[in-house]
Design a protein around this ligand. Structure first.
Ligand code: ADP
Ligand code: MG
Length: 499
């Protein structure tokens, strides 16, 4: 913030004593002290404490914690890169700790194979020695068995596929934070899509500003609305702030700013209580919509209330992402249902859902309702993926079997989801599913190969065909074991994604 103007800067250019504005749902970019405003912060990423903590003026905030519904300014206490480092370390740590079920299965199998190797080895030794073979022969059999059984291939079977698939998915715009979510993507039966910012670009342009009070012009209306929107992170706010520039007015300060997640924003401006809210909010608070209020099907409308009285509205238009239609079409071919879930009004929802050929839509839903709808679908036996970008999507992202965040969205969404679409392209969800399937297949193939070859090699090594004159030398055993490892490695490297 320079002389009351807010501009976007890169996190790594932040210096000590810089002043930065933190909007609802954003991740705190640097360690610092609150200069003005207040909010609840979630510091669980850093401290493990999951209950949001209230922070007021002069309180210390740490980089990486996630903002709740307030908006505040902080004075940066040291250059961002110092704390950034610790975050990267933490991320890598988490990624390594996040082992999928398949990986755990491989670990268990490897442990068992080690035990089997030792037990069979000793049993083999005892058998041959007791039945009158020389000590050297019995030792040789034991060594071969242990060499064959050494779970080399098994130890590599899954990690090799994981390494390959992580690299490949990164190339295809998928950031995989949770391996299990990724491997489970093959089981998805329903995908729930958030509208704004997910299926649409989330770049709003103001198309109409209408005042419903006689002594209030549109310039005054957008001036007041902008005061609130400059503290909001929602795509709507960007649209309104862009438009207010045309009016060449000074945007006043907003105090006691609070986001009403999924419904709008409220604050005090020049002593008046101002709200900028959705049609759903009006309905809930029983405020009648003005006469002559018309919105066409594709416009999002927000209403401005001054001291709880309707003052006017602003209509904004957004565009559907060019890749959305194809993504929905491919999902349909894969027999996956797509449902639109939005906090926006039902006219817009119906129009978007129809244009894209989606199975159904649910409009004017609040964050907790989004979560409930996911739960209901799960109760019906659906394996649900949720895709969203907003603060209001976070609870649903957490509830869904697979949470997919849009890269351009809020930090809290990315934090909650198991997978992030780095390029914000809904088509990448299709790659995700196809790719999850391919990866899973490879893992299973490798597991079967790495354990299966023991079924034949082990008895041979123990000398069951000794009477037929077939025995495996320790050297041959070593070669076999290496071959199996190589096969597993080659199989993993052949993983491809077609999409
Ligand atoms: P979606 O679920 O489609 O992503 P949201 O739940 O984020 O949409 O928003 C739902 C509605 O809440 C918006 O259509 C708008 O009416 C209202 N809203 C949310 N945030 C704001 C804001 N900052 N300013 C004005 N209205 C807002
Ligand atoms: Mg959204």
């Amino acid at each position: 913030v320079i002389s009351d103007k807010v501009k976007e800067v890169k996190t790594d250019t932040l210096k000590q004593n810089d002043i930065i504005l933190i909007k609802p749902g954003e991740k705190v970019a640097a360690d610092g002290i609150i200069l003005e405003g207040e909010s609840y912060l979630n510091e669980s990423l850093l401290t493990g404490e999951s209950k949001p903590i209230k922070k007021v003026k002069d309180d210390k905030v740490i980089a990486g914690s996630i903002n709740g519904n307030g908006s505040f300014k902080i004075t940066v206490s040291h250059a961002a890169k110092d704390s950034y480092l610790s975050q990267v370390v933490k991320l890598v740590d988490d990624a390594q700790k996040s082992k999928s079920k398949t990986q755990l299965l491989a670990d268990t199998a490897a442990r068992w194979l080690t035990i089997i190797a030792l037990v069979t080895g000793i049993a083999t030794f005892l058998y041959w020695y007791v039945t009158g073979q020389t000590l050297a022969f019995a030792m040789e059999r034991m060594v071969t068995v242990i060499v064959i059984c050494c779970p080399h291939a098994l130890g590599l079977a899954v990690p090799l596929v994981v390494a390959k698939s992580t690299a490949l998915s990164a190339k295809h715009g998928l950031l995989i934070k949770n391996r299990t979510a990724f491997e489970n993507s093959r089981r998805i039966t329903t995908i729930v899509f958030d509208k704004t910012g997910t299926l649409t670009v989330g770049k709003f342009e103001v198309s109409k500003i209408i005042s419903v009070q006689k002594d209030l012009n549109e310039k005054e209306l957008i001036r007041l609305a902008s005061a609130l929107e400059q503290k909001s992170e929602h795509p709507i706010s960007t649209g309104i702030l862009q438009k207010v520039k045309d009016f060449k007015v000074t945007v006043p300060q907003a105090e006691n700013f609070k986001a009403i997640t999924g419904q709008g924003v409220e604050a005090t401006v020049e002593g008046k209580k101002i709200l900028v809210v959705s049609p759903g909010y009006l309905k809930e608070s029983k405020i009648a919509v003005a006469d002559g209020f018309t919105a066409n099907d594709s416009e999002t409308v927000v209403f401005i209330l001054i001291n709880d009285e309707l003052a006017g509205y602003i209509a904004l238009s957004d565009e559907i992402r060019p890749e959305s239609a194809e993504a929905i079409k491919t999902l349909k071919q894969e027999n996956i249902k797509s449902i639109l879930l939005t906090g926006d009004n039902s006219k817009v929802a119906a129009s978007v859902s129809k244009t894209l050929g989606m199975d159904s839509f649910i409009a004017e839903v609040l964050p907790d309702q989004k979560l409930e709808i996911i739960k209901e679908l799960q109760k019906k036996g659906e394996f649900v993926a949720m895709t969203g970008d907003g603060v209001n999507d976070a609870p649903a992202l957490a509830q869904a079997d697979i949470g997919i965040a849009v890269g351009s969205g809020s930090d809290i969404a990315a934090e909650t989801a198991g997978i992030v679409l780095v390029n914000s392209n809904p088509k990448d969800i299709v790659s995700l599913i196809l790719f999850g399937k391919a990866t899973y297949r490879k893992m299973i193939q490798n597991l079967i190969w790495a354990t299966g070859y023991n079924v034949i090699a082990l008895p041979l090594a123990a000398g069951v065909l000794y009477n037929q004159g077939i025995v495996l030398s320790p050297a041959a055993g070593a070669v076999l074991m290496t071959v199996s490892t190589v096969v597993v490695a080659i199989n993993a490297s052949m993983l491809k994604v077609k999409a």
